[in-house]
Design a protein around this ligand. Structure first.
Ligand code: RET
Length: 291
């Protein structure tokens, strides 16, 4: 029966019904592992490069460090959740939620859920949005107003999406309703961010304009991957029934990891690179500031 797992996400329904092949299970585990390993590596990078920018820009690197620590922990937990929710079943050569058979549904432990991600975004999304405000110079917009808009819409986007993801299998109507409400806040964030980057490029020295300008397409594409991951069971079925397919599950893990690396790590590297060029244009040369 299709609703035995209640509000569980589609990864669990696949684990209960067809189970995962070795390839799909391991690719998911590996993609999740690469995700947290990159966060730890990037954490070291942001710490070691902080002196390349003037003190006034260092808050950007500090916020990258905060984001790396919280993302590292979350992605580690997410990976452990994946490997502990499923168990290998030699009878079928599949990783299953309930290897003893679906009758009583005796699962190995917690079901799998992406909810840790959403709650991690509650920290990371406001931090990533504030981060750029410490690098750009705003001329027309006010810092406090932009900060409040980012904070409000960031949090509202995540909470509404968090509620919606519980309904992805059982109540598609509610899933799409909450997803649409979340998208309204997302569009607001995009509008404000576009303005921030435009003003930032206008006020930046020539040597930093290209680097800052590149942040807009990176931001747009990487942030759009998250709603793509949310919709994955429906992008695969292309209908109002979620696709209970392991390919869609692997695609969701992969999308999340690519999104995490681009929206957090590459974004932070670009901001730090822009700040390095701005520092240089302002007469700060970190190579001669040793001692
Ligand atoms: C949700 C729900 C469906 C609709 C939309 C969403 C947008 C999520 C975004 C998340 C960004 C997260 C980041 C995390 C970095 O740590 C909530 C999936 C629009 C844009 C950047």
């Amino acid at each position: 029966s299709p609703h035995r797992l209640g509000n569980a996400t589609f990864e669990n329904y696949v684990g209960l019904e067809s189970g995962y092949t070795e390839m799909a299970y391991q690719m998911s585990a590996h993609v999740l592992t690469v995700g947290y390993a990159i966060m730890l590596a990037a954490l070291i990078y942001f710490i070691l490069t902080i002196r390349q920018v003037r003190p006034r820009y260092r808050m950007s690197s500090i916020l990258s460090v905060v984001v790396m620590v919280s993302a590292f922990l979350l992605l580690l937990i997410q990976q452990l959740n994946w490997t502990s929710a499923l168990q290998f079943d030699p009878a079928t050569a599949r990783y299953r939620l309930a290897p003893e058979g679906v009758e009583g549904i005796v699962t190995a432990g917690d079901l799998f859920n992406n909810g840790y991600r959403y709650l991690n975004w509650l920290i990371d999304v406001p931090m990533l949005l504030f981060q750029i405000l410490f690098v750009v110079t705003l001329s027309r917009s006010s810092f406090a107003s932009v900060r409040n808009q980012f904070w409000f819409s960031g949090v509202a986007m995540i909470i509404t999406g968090y509620v919606g993801q519980f309904y992805e299998v059982t109540r598609p109507g509610l899933f799409f309703l909450w997803g649409s409400i979340s998208t309204v806040f997302f569009i607001h964030i995009l509008i404000v961010m576009r303005r921030v980057i435009k003003e930032g490029v206008e006020n930046a020295p020539d040597s930093a304009k290209g680097m800052l300008g590149a942040i807009w397409p990176l931001f747009l594409i990487s942030w759009m991957l998250y709603p793509g991951a949310y919709l994955m069971p429906y992008l695969y079925s292309f209908s109002l029934e979620p696709a209970l397919s392991e390919s869609a599950v692997v695609a969701r893990h992969l999308t999340y990891t690519v999104a995490d690396v681009t929206s957090k790590v590459i974004y932070g590297v670009l901001l730090a690179a822009a700040a390095t060029r701005m520092s240089k244009a302002e007469g700060y040369d970190w190579e001669v500031q040793t001692a």
